[in-house]
Structure formats: structure tokens, C-alpha cells
Write a protein that binds this ligand. Structure first.
Ligand code: NDP
Length: 691
């Protein structure tokens, strides 16, 4: 770590890199104590930051479709990944080892790439989302309702913690930008130099519309005074600050969405079956030791409370003590280092004080907070602290253990005498981000998960079978909910596409189907239809929502059913045995197979010649609603319901409403047919267009 003159961090606001007007607060290297950078944001116009995001970037982002925004995130993620070594070099200064940095840097960029890919696969290529089914509100289909999600027209202000300067930003801005909302990021000062570096690289790519990402290096000043009901504020950090910001008058007065992720006294339970010598016992020991030492225990998801059967506590403490004792503490860029320093000397003082609090209810069984042993680096100038394991013999009387978060390599072992007690102890954390149980017993898994789930945002069940594939207790994943109730802040982040909706407003829209269809870009029952050329002859360039085909009719006969039954092997009695079918409460006689009807429907609606429809890739929501008896006649109405051209491809997905009726007009079957359709047909033109 060569020492250079500290750089002055800048904010990226209203279209320019801007230095604060103050002297700048020095930020120190966690391992050496050298000054890395100076930070301050004095003189920024925070109201203008919000206004700029809302007015300059908001309209540009909202003009893009989900797929365009997903493609933007993908390009950005790939560009950042190419520069990862630069981020690793800076990350060492935060106290993160290479392995810690991986979680922050590649974990963060990976989260962005996951949002990009899920966005393209799971969201339509539109600018708003529909939510749930159409609610018919009149018998004649003249008045219906559809819930939609539209992007908020404000900005998302993300106030982040010091422990994940990159992941903390990327896991929040990815769903924000995918939703079509600009972001303002305020990293924690202590490690803001790493966030600032990445924001510089992001802005340099030119991939984001101007104003889509702004950065405040330093205090946010009076920014919160200016938030409105269209803005979102998210916060990760201490419960004290979080509560203060949540109670900010403008947040309350304007009902601003406030997502908080604060203290979390996460628990991990060793199942009663996981006795010493079992794979689950060994996995548990490794997991607890890993959670205590990764990022020097400065993880919001780290295991703080280790809940174990009383009979196995001695063996567990011994195994954990041995493993933790071997953890080489040292400079983050030293390859032999297994655990780096805390983020700052201030943080070390803070953790030592919290250990003192915990000592009123527990004793130290491994490590010594006052005697630091380092393999490299200076034990006093760097914020080093060896892992500390505590034990509380009276876990229900150990109030501090369930109340105080020592944000470092610190955990407490708590004994239990029954699985009910184990669950109760986990709940005493009053709401946490994550909990885990290590067991190979399905009953234990069931009892623990059902018992603790209402108190947690995520629960991991670990055992021998998933040992190699498990992502671990402490890893929040882009596709899974991250957040917890109660003391953990009551917030929810990520969770795949659920997280995108946190930046959108859900609205029930009522009206006549034709106009609802115009709003959502989706055909709904009662909306306009067009008849003409067979819609399977139309490429995406020609196809319109509402293009409809009424097919010929086909009678279903006894021979058809017999043939289908013996051909496929589906000789279920309701199709084959008259007496048994009549005894069935749902049927009056032998009935045709539902799948036969679906097959006949396909036979009626397909256009057999080579054409723009490239493939049928499935059906959604298939329901057989009225039995078809021999002699009944079926007919299909196929309507183009949704068109999703794919970015960077020559085709797109088309969803068709498929309704099969009988001679009485009753709906026999209803489902969506999913097809891939060429953008241009014939393919020669596609080729020319591509050129
Ligand atoms: P803080 O709550 O002090 O800071 C979190 C974020 O809030 C930082 O970006 C900070 O900025 C900002 N902030 C602080 N005051 C204000 C304010 N008045 N207005 C707007 N923003 C503000 O937490 P720390 O990062 O200092 O960590 C303190 C403790 O919090 C840790 O020791 C740990 O116990 C806990 N913590 C818990 C986490 C969890 O997820 N469970 C994560 C991180 C911390 P700035 O840095 O510039 O002050």
C-alpha cells in the first residue's frame, strides 16, 4: 500500500464532479492508519440534486422499456467487471482482504448482472407492469379493472453503511434503475473513497442517462428536507440513525417510502441431531467461524448468536476456539491474511465497548479484545481485533446478548435444552435479517423454520446434502429478499423483481376494456379485435394487439377419445369407463381428455406453412372449465394478447389468449399460448435488416 497524497473526494451532482467547500475530514486506511482521502460536501445545493435527478434523468429513464434498462445494466456490469482489479486495490484500504473484497466488488457487480438478466427474462418489454388478473366489474365486459405498476417520478436516495461500499450501492441502484427511477447515493464517509472510484468509472462509461446516478461524498446536509412523496429513501446503518431519519419531518409529512436495514442479531441454530462427529456439526462450526471472520464480522448478516444443544456446547466451543485461534489477522493485501482489520480505529473502540456490554451477561471463552495478535501490520495503528467468542450460560436471562450488536468478529454461544427453547431464543433477537439451522432431521427443519420465519427475512437450512452448493448463512442474493422485521428495520430489498416494484406505484385502473388495453399494451377481454389475415402469417412488424382468429369448428367423437387414449396411454377411467365416469361427481358421462381438446385447439389454430411463428414454448394458466362429451363441437378464439420484441434479437415473444368454446358457447378451456415470432418475415429481409 504505497502512500500517496490523500485525494479530495468529490460529489457527482447536477452533471459535474464537485468538491465540497470545507477543509475535508481525513479518512484513514484501516490497516495502516494513513490518510487515504479527504471528504466533505459543504456548499452543495441538495435541493438541486433532487430536482436535477427528477427532471433531467427521470423522463429519460421512464422513456426506456424494462428490457432497454436491463440491457443498460448488463453493459454497465460487464464494463465494471473489466475494471475490478482497480477496485480491489482500493478495497484493501477499507480493511477488506481479497476474499472480503470479492463479496463487495464481484458480489455487487454480480448482483447488477443478475438484475439485468432477470429483468430481461421476467419482465415484459414495456414501460409499466401489470399486476394480477383483470378484474371484471360488469357482466357485459364494458367496465373492468387492472392493477398496474408505474415508476415513481422522484428519485431514490440511498444512504449506505461503511461495510459494503460497492455492493451496498449496486444492490440498491440496480432495482432502482431497472424500475426507471434515478438514484442519489450517499455512501458512509469511512469507506466512501471506494464508492467514489466506482461512481467515476460508472459515469465514464456514458451508459447511464445523465443524472440517473448522483453521488454525495460527505454529509447529505438538508437533502431530506426536500424529499417528496414520489421519492424513496433507503437506509443501511445503525438503528439509532435509521430511526432518526425515518422520523424526519419531511419523510413523515410526505409519506416518503423509507426502507431501513439496521441492527440485526442474527442467530444460527445447531440442530439436536447434529451431534459432534456429524457432517452438520462440522458445517456449523465452519459457518460460524466464517461469519465471524469474513469482513472481520462487519456484516449485517453475520451470526451474532450461536444457539446449540447444552450437551454439545463444550465440544462446540472447543472446535470454534481452535478454528478461530488459527485465523491469521493481518494486513488485507498480505496473501497469508485470513482476517483483516475493522474499518477504523473508531470502529474498534466501538466494538470493544459493546463487548464490555455483553460481558454483563456472558464470559469470553476464546480471544482477548485487549491483546491483539497480528501476523502482519501494526496492532495499534491498524484497527485489528482477533475474533472473540463468548458464552452465556443463562440464555433467557442474557438480555444484552439479545440486544447489543457488537459489529465485529464477535459471537455468543447460547445453550438450549429443547428445540422450542432454541426457536424462542432466536426470536429474542426481535427481528433479524437472517437465521439458519443446521440439521439433517426434517422435523427439526420444519419446527425451526416455521417458528422463526415471521421474525426473519431469510432462513437457511444447512446440511450435508447442500454443503457444497450452499451459498451460506451470510450471503444476501439478488433473487432473494434481503431485510428483516422489527429490530432489523422492517425493510425489504432485492428479492428479484419484487425489489423493482419498491420503486414503482401500484395503481388500480378502472375503465372500459378498450381503454385499459391501450394503457397496459395488453389485450383484455372486451377490448377491440381485428380480423383478417391469419395472425400466424404476421411478423412482429405487422402483428397488432387484438389481432384475432376465429377457427373452424370440430366435433369430438368417441373414436377420437379412444384413439387418443390408446395412442398416449392416458386411459383414465373418466374417459374410458361409462359407469365409473357417471359415478364421478363432476361428469355426466365419459368425457374427452383436456389435453385432447388442447391438441385439437392447436390443430384448429395453427397455420401449417413456414412463417414468422418460430416456436411454441409453452402455455400459461391452462384451465379446463366445462367437460366435453362425445358429439360436442369445439371452436377456438385466438387473440394476440401481448407482444414483447426482444432486444438484440430477430424475434420476440407473443402471448395469445386462447379460448375454446363448445356449441352452446360455454368456455371449455382457457389459457395463454406462448410463441416466439420473427421481427421481420421472410428471413431474407431479416438478414438485410440486420445488415
Ligand atoms: P450510521 O448509522 O452512523 O451511518 C450509516 C449511514 O448513515 C452513513 O452513510 C452515514 O453517513 C449516514 N448518516 C449518519 N447520520 C446521518 C444523518 N443525520 N443524516 C443522513 N445520513 C446520516 O452507522 P455507521 O456506519 O457509523 O455504523 C455504526 C454502527 O451501525 C455499527 O457499529 C453497527 O453496529 C451498525 N451497523 C449495522 C449495519 C447493519 O446492517 N446491521 C450496517 C452498518 C452499521 P456518514 O458515514 O457520513 O456519517
Amino acid at each position: 500500500m504505497a502512500s500517496a497524497a490523500p485525494r479530495r473526494l468529490e460529489s457527482y451532482v447536477y452533471g459535474a464532479w464537485t468538491a465540497g467547500k470545507g477543509d475535508g475530514l481525513p479518512l484513514l486506511d484501516a490497516g495502516t492508519g494513513e490518510t487515504v482521502a479527504l471528504i466533505d460536501s459543504k456548499g452543495l445545493d441538495f435541493a438541486e440534486v433532487l430536482h436535477y435527478g427528477r427532471t433531467v434523468a427521470g423522463p429519460k429513464l421512464r422513456a426506456m422499456s424494462f428490457h432497454e434498462r436491463a440491457a443498460m445494466l448488463k453493459a454497465l456490469g460487464l464494463a465494471l467487471m473489466e475494471k475490478k482489479e482497480e477496485f480491489y486495490a482500493e478495497s484493501f484500504r477499507t480493511g477488506a482482504t481479497r476474499a472480503d473484497g470479492w463479496v463487495d466488488i464481484e458480489g455487487g457487480i454480480g448482483t447488477m448482472l443478475t438484475f439485468a438478466s432477470k429483468g430481461r427474462r421476467e419482465l415484459p418489454n414495456t414501460r409499466i407492469l401489470t399486476d394480477g388478473n383483470v378484474e371484471p366489474l360488469s357482466k357485459d365486459n364494458s367496465f373492468s379493472a387492472q392493477h398496474i405498476y408505474a415508476p415513481l417520478q422522484g428519485v431514490a436516495v440511498h444512504i449506505n453503511a461503511f461495510n459494503f461500499p460497492i455492493w451496498g450501492m449496486l444492490e440498491k441502484i440496480s432495482p432502482t434503475l431497472l424500475a426507471g427511477v434515478p438514484a442519489v447515493v450517499k455512501p458512509a464517509s469511512q469507506t466512501a473513497y471506494l464508492t467514489e472510484l466506482m461512481v467515476r468509472r460508472i459515469i465514464e462509461t456514458g451508459l447511464l442517462p445523465e443524472g440517473a446516478l448522483q453521488l454525495i461524498s460527505g454529509s447529505v446536509g438538508d437533502l431530506l428536507d426536500h424529499v417528496t412523496g414520489q421519492d424513496v429513501v433507503t437506509f443501511t446503518g445503525s438503528a439509532w440513525t435509521g430511526r432518526k431519519l425515518k422520523a424526519h419531518p419531511a419523510v413523515i409529512a410526505n409519506s416518503v417510502r423509507f426502507t431501513m436495514e439496521a441492527d440485526s442479531l442474527n442467530a444460527s441454530i445447531l440442530g439436536p441431531d447434529a451431534t459432534p462427529g456429524t457432517p452438520e456439526f462440522d458445517l456449523f462450526v465452519k459457518e460460524v467461524a466464517r461469519e465471524m471472520t469474513v469482513k472481520a464480522g462487519q456484516k449485517c448478516t453475520a451470526i451474532r448468536r450461536v444457539i446449540a444443544p447444552r450437551d454439545h456446547v463444550d465440544a462446540l466451543v472447543k472446535a470454534l476456539g481452535d478454528m478461530l485461534g488459527k485465523t491469521a489477522l493481518g494486513l488485507p493485501d498480505d496473501e497469508t491474511t485470513r482476517m483483516g482489520p475493522l474499518a477504523s480505529l473508531h470502529q474498534r473502540t466501538e466494538v470493544r465497548e459493546r463487548i464490555q456490554d455483553l460481558l454483563s451477561d456472558a464470559e469470553i471463552v476464546a480471544g482477548n479484545p485487549d491483546n491483539v495478535r497480528v501476523a502482519s501490520g501494526d496492532a495499534e495503528r491498524g484497527a485489528f481485533l482477533n475474533p472473540i467468542l463468548l458464552y452465556a450460560d443463562d440464555p433467557f436471562g442474557a438480555f444484552k446478548i439479545h440486544d447489543v450488536e457488537a459489529f465485529g468478529p464477535v459471537s455468543t454461544v447460547l445453550p438450549y435444552d429443547s428445540i422450542e427453547e432454541a426457536v424462542e431464543l432466536a426470536r429474542l433477537g426481535k427481528g433479524s435479517l437472517v437465521s439458519s439451522v443446521f440439521t439433517d432431521d426434517p422435523k427439526v427443519a420444519e419446527e425451526v423454520v416455521i417458528g422463526v420465519a415471521p421474525f426473519h427475512g431469510r432462513v437457511l437450512v444447512g446440511n450435508r446434502r447442500s454443503a457444497k452448493t450452499s451459498t451460506g448463512h451470510g450471503s444476501p442474493l439478488a433473487g432473494l429478499v434481503h431485510g428483516g422485521p422489527g429490530r432489523a428495520g422492517g425493510g425489504e430489498e432485492m428479492g428479484g423483481m419484487r425489489g423493482v416494484k419498491h420503486y414503482m406505484q401500484r395503481t388500480a385502473v378502472q375503465g372500459t376494456p378498450r381503454l385499459l388495453s391501450a394503457v397496459t399494451g395488453r389485450w383484455i377481454e372486451g377490448a377491440d379485435v381485428q380480423h383478417g389475415e391469419h395472425p400466424f402469417r404476421k411478423s412482429l412488424a405487422e402483428l397488432k394487439i387484438g389481432d384475432q382468429l376465429m377457427t373452424a369448428k370440430r366435433q369430438v367423437t368417441l373414436d377420437d377419445v379412444e384413439h387418443f387414449a390408446h395412442f398416449t396411454g392416458d386411459t383414465f377411467y373418466a374417459h374410458m369407463d361409462e359407469a365409473a365416469a357417471k359415478a364421478n361427481p363432476f361428469f355426466d358421462d365419459r368425457v374427452a381428455h383436456g389435453y385432447l381438446i388442447a391438441s385439437f385447439a392447436a390443430g384448429l389454430f395453427v397455420e401449417p406453412n413456414p412463417g414468422p411463428v418460430l416456436a411454441n414454448y409453452g402455455v400459461d394458466n391452462m384451465r379446463f372449465l366445462t367437460p366435453v362429451y362425445f358429439g360436442d363441437t369445439v371452436q377456438v378464439r385466438l387473440t394476440c394478447k401481448e407482444i414483447n420484441p426482444r432486444e438484440n434479437a430477430n424475434h420476440g415473444e407473443v402471448r395469445w389468449d386462447c379460448q375454446v368454446t363448445n356449441q352452446k358457447g360455454e368456455i371449455v378451456a382457457q389459457y395463454d399460448v406462448l410463441t416466439m415470432v420473427a421481427k421481420i418475415w421472410p428471413p431474407a429481409q431479416t438478414q438485410e435488416a440486420a445488415e
